[in-house]
Design a protein around this ligand. Sequence first.
Ligand code: URA
Length: 179
Amino acid sequence: MHRDATQTVFGAGSQDARVMLVGEQPGDQEDRQGKPFVGPAGKLLDRALEEAGIDPSEAYVTNAVKHFKFTRAEPRKRRIHKAPNLREMTACGPWLAAELSVVEPELIVVLGATAGKALLGSSFRVTQVRGTVLEEDVHGRPERLVPTVHPSSVLRSDDREAAYRGLVSDLHVAADALS
Ligand code: URA
């Protein structure tokens, strides 16, 4: 993955952050700029966080996988996101574990299935647990987590408004768990 990507995209935010948001992997814009969630999904996420009462500038934001994986239909064509596989998620696991042990967040917001599988194992199903507060062992530490959908899935949804409302509603659960 790292050979094709522009750069490694590490997490961003304060070491004292109370909440850690975990996404899948950097997208096209994140790969170019070297920062997580700076593209369209990140803009939507910031808006949803603010609406739910979580200040995005106070959150620590990262991804389960640290490189952009993509395909191109033809040379010089747009880069199309490709989901990371289990091996790639496992390879990046130690970095996510290290971020958790340094930041020690009070709450982890799990953004979508890849982040959920990376943190909680392959049986994770976002539709079953979204918008609830889970208490689980993650990399050997007890953590509180609120899963929700990935903001990119809102952008792809046929009913964007309903999908966005669902995301904000789940983030309200996270905001309440922090207060
Ligand atoms: N999607 C992600 O999962 N992470 C990013 O940083 C950007 C888009």
